[in-house]
Ligand binder design. Structure first.
Ligand SMILES: *[C@@H]1O[C@H](CO)[C@@H](O)[C@H](O)[C@H]1NC(C)=O
Length: 241
């Protein structure tokens, strides 16, 4: 005779199998990048977030909002604790009226330690590819999601990072045809970087973000999702008779 507890174990295994579908589903953003967890001194700017002007950040349903003026270095955003090759869809508005401002998917990997950017909108293209004396240069071009992107790699030496002061690479894709809403096929960037010898390691956080400095003024109000082209309905839970 089969014991009740044996049946319970079988049933539990069945429930677990159905509770963890392998199909892609919409994921909620689970990470908020604010002045509290962004890097204290991200580059060699003379002012930091706290002394540099006015930055009002708040989270919204599935997104974030920030308005800023007279701002020195800041970076804020919303995304995921762990980066993946998820497709990231963002919808809303972003504008900059002064200073140096970028709007991007931004993340880190460890082993190797890499700070990466997929930049969708920006005030000046001249800041990339070694601006600020970082060196580096163009590593190629990628065409995806309706535009060319120029790929850059730079080296940061003894700079702040998610593991403290360190030397690491930055991988940067800069979109030629700027936009404020769209879907980013992150895998295409990771593949293009890899083909150029720019490897990522273990993924850390991955956020849609706004960064500004040089008396930056503007605003971002965006909603984000994983933008699964064809979301699969969750499997039905088993029913007992
Ligand atoms: C991203 O979207 C493309 C279609 O544009 C799809 O082929 C791919 O599987 C998606 N990737 C992920 C990780 O969902």
């Amino acid at each position: 005779m089969v014991s009740a507890s044996y049946l319970f174990v079988l049933f539990s295994a069945f429930v677990v199998a159905f509770a963890a579908p392998t199909t892609l589903e919409e994921e909620d953003a689970d990470y908020i990048l604010t002045d509290r967890n962004s890097l204290v001194k991200r580059q060699d700017y003379t002012q930091n977030y706290k002394t540099g002007g006015n930055v009002q950040f708040s989270t919204t349903t599935d997104g974030y909002s920030v308005t800023f003026s007279g701002a020195a270095d800041f970076v804020v955003g919303r995304g995921w604790k762990t980066g993946t090759s998820r497709n990231i869809t963002y919808t809303g508005a972003h504008k900059a009226t002064a200073g140096t401002v970028t709007f991007q998917v931004y993340g880190w990997s460890k082993n190797p330690l890499v700070e990466y950017y997929i930049i969708e909108d920006y005030t000046s293209a001249s800041q990339f590819g070694g601006g600020g004396g970082a060196g580096g240069g163009t590593k190629g071009t990628l065409t995806v999601d309706g535009s060319d992107y120029t790929i850059y790699e730079t080296t940061r030496t003894n700079d702040p990072s998610i593991v403290g002061t360190s030397t690491f690479h930055q991988y940067i894709s800069v979109r030629k045809d700027k936009r404020q809403s769209g879907t980013i096929t992150t895998q295409a960037h990771f593949d293009a970087w890899s083909a150029a010898g720019m490897k990522l390691g273990t993924m850390d956080y991955q956020v849609l973000s706004t960064e500004g400095y040089n008396n930056a003024a503007g605003s971002t109000n965006e909603k984000l999702s994983t933008g699964a082209a064809s979301a699969v309905a969750p499997a039905a839970a088993p029913s007992s008779t």
